[in-house]
Design a binder for this molecule. Structure first.
Ligand SMILES: Nc1nc2c(ncn2[C@@H]2O[C@H](COP(=O)(O)OP(=O)(O)O)[C@@H](O)[C@H]2O)c(=O)[nH]1
Ligand SMILES: Nc1ncnc2c1ncn2[C@@H]1O[C@H](COP(=O)(O)OP(=O)(O)O)[C@@H](O)[C@H]1O
Length: 551
């Protein structure tokens, strides 16, 4: 569920009580069943229930309606809710619309198999509603949220669990807007919750089936086949939910008006960035000659959320590149998106994607997201691996192991997984581009200091070795892939704030040791210089540091 649902409600508030009661509600069980004389666990051969879960607006009601059209074998358990009825909704048919007081009373009376707070309202499935359908020998359909599904999983109710996913969050947003039943604020709330709801597909054993509701007729056919199994009381087939599912983020619904005072750039376009923790630097500010690639390439780079990455993303200097900015922090990407919008860079040339590059499944999906969102772009031609994270509690003598793991997974594994995803995309198209890794001075030397930067330097040395190793591997296979690294010294970015766990003062005092740090634009320019070399020239490593930096 989304942030709203997963945020603990204030003590004593409605949500707080609901959470406490839900914890006690762990397994509405045989005792309730016996009390209500409900065959919660039908013998085999009798119909199972069908639990349908999915984010708001994905099409659950539409699918259920289509399934039930002209087929009386399926009944729908009518839920109770404290939300206001929408125009046309009937009490007892769509929901039992209930006051909060009445709902609380019914909870106390053990009326519900499960209940949950969803999008700010209470919803619950009553034992009576399910019993009514089951007793008539039909399959009972429960349209409930993720929390409800988790709870029903713990009851003896024999059921098949299906998750309905949208083809993308963008489609989901469109459907919610088109349905027009909610105000903008409610739609935002539902979209904010959707990503976490979709992520519940990765909870092992929660769902038996996943249906992506893209083409409605296809989705209805799939649901019908599953519902028929439920009707026959058959067990679900194994392996029908993929190991890992990632649905890309929606763009911001509705961009702000253009800022007429914002400076315009020269045809700034793309770069695909990957990942989030503030890294050494990635930037490119000024116009450069055209790149050597024949077609406008799309570029990926990581750590796009940082202010430091903005120049890299915003100024391709008329190279004709299209930029995919990949980062973990959504709010930073959103700010970048607004910035790009104000620079009049069209959505065809800038695509923000939320992704955690320490997660293999998320990284592997990136080229697919690019291909889907920009079918005309071909694929990823340039990858800029910008992720580089350092922590100040990582001394080799007495450091925090968690910080070592974090650095290793971000700087080394994240970079390598992004390389693999980009290279496989290039191989698929037989079109070989350019990989640029940010090694940094730390990949070449270890600075003095009692805190000890040895572990961070080790990860950066690894990136240097990976850069050289990738080049050798490509040469060995006679592939025209170009591999470069850039090794900047101190760059004025968020890097030091992250290193000091958010302590901006400590970060400032580090930066003040230098009369003039490199700026992100300086690094960006270096990236563009590497990219602009003619085909027969491969820049291997560029070391660049502030003029007054000693070591
Ligand atoms: N846990 C639980 N969730 C429910 C129940 N009834 C509906 N929901 C879920 O509540 C959410 C909001 O439903 P609704 O207000 O009808 O809005 P909609 O999903 O935008 O059509 C959906 O995810 C439903 O699946 C219920 O009885 N229990
Ligand atoms: N496969 C689909 N393609 C396009 N629009 C769809 C599809 N499935 C449902 N819709 C539309 O999306 C909107 C939301 O569907 P709805 O059934 O109300 O969602 P939910 O019950 O999951 O909140 C409706 O306007 C519906 O017509």
């Amino acid at each position: 569920m989304g942030s709203e649902m997963s945020t603990p409600a204030p003590q004593g508030g409605e949500g707080g009580e609901v959470q406490q009661q839900q914890q006690q509600q762990q397994a509405p069980n045989d005792a309730i069943a016996q009390q209500q004389q409900m065959p919660l666990h039908p013998q085999s051969g009798l119909p199972s229930a069908l639990v349908i879960v999915g984010p708001s607006g994905v099409g659950k009601n539409t699918l259920i309606q289509r399934l039930r059209e002209g087929n009386t074998s399926f009944g729908h358990s009518v839920s109770h809710t404290t939300r206001q009825p929408r125009p046309g909704e009937k009490h007892g048919e769509h929901y039992f619309f209930t006051s909060k007081e009445q709902f609380a009373k019914e909870i106390a009376e053990d009326k519900f198999i499960e209940f949950a707070e969803v999008h700010g309202n209470l919803y619950g499935t009553s034992v009576t509603a399910v019993r009514k359908v089951l007793e008539s020998g039909r399959t009972c359909i429960l349209d409930i949220d993720v929390q409800g599904a988790r709870l029903v999983r713990k009851t003896p109710l024999k059921a098949i669990f299906v998750f309905i996913a949208p083809p993308s969050l963008e489609d989901l947003a469109k459907r919610l807007f088109t349905r027009g039943t909610e105000a903008a604020e409610q739609i935002q709330k539902r979209l904010a919750n959707a990503k976490e709801e979709i992520n519940s597909v990765n909870e092992r054993g929660l769902y038996d089936y996943l249906i992506i509701n893209d083409n409605l007729d296809d989705a209805v056919d799939k649901l019908r086949a599953i519902a028929t199994r439920a009707l026959q009381g058959l067990d679900p087939e194994p392996g029908k939910v993929p190991e890992s599912v990632l649905i890309e983020d929606a763009p911001l619904p509705g961009m702000p008006p253009l800022d007429p005072t914002a400076p315009q750039e020269n045809g700034a376009q793309g770069l695909l960035l990957s990942e989030d923790p503030p890294g050494a630097a990635s930037a490119a500010a000024d116009p450069l000659p055209n790149p050597t690639a024949a077609a406008p390439p799309s570029t990926t780079a990581n750590s796009a959320s940082d202010k430091e990455a903005q120049p890299a993303v915003t100024s391709n200097g008329g190279t004709g590149m299209r930029v995919v900015a990949v980062a973990r922090r959504k709010e930073k990407l959103e700010a970048l998106q607004v910035h790009m919008h104000n620079l009049r860079i069209p959505p065809t040339h800038f695509l923000p994607v939320v992704c955690d590059i320490t997660k293999d499944a998320e990284v592997a999906t990136l080229p697919r997201i690019v291909a889907k969102r920009w079918p005309d772009a071909g694929g990823v031609d340039v990858l800029i691996n910008n992720a580089g994270l350092s922590r100040n509690d990582a001394s080799l003598m007495d450091g925090n192991v968690a910080s070592w793991v974090e650095m290793l997974s971000t700087n080394v594994l994240g970079t390598t997984m992004a390389i693999k995803a980009a290279v496989q995309d290039m191989r698929r198209r037989n079109k070989w581009g350019h990989i640029i890794n940010m090694v940094g001075l730390s990949g070449h030397r270890i600075p003095d200091g009692p805190q000890g930067g040895g572990f961070y330097c080790a990860t950066k040395s690894a990136v240097k070795t990976i850069t050289d190793g990738l080049r050798q591997e490509a040469r060995g296979k006679m592939l025209p892939l170009r591999v470069s690294s850039i090794s900047p010294g101190v760059v004025e970015t968020e890097f030091f704030t992250v290193k000091n766990f958010g302590d901006a003062e400590a970060a400032r005092s580090t930066i003040q040791n230098y009369a003039s740090c490199l700026q992100p634009q300086d690094v960006a320019q270096t990236i563009l210089w590497c990219l602009s070399a003619p085909d027969h020239v491969e820049v291997n490593d560029v070391v660049v540091r502030p003029t007054d930096q000693l070591l």
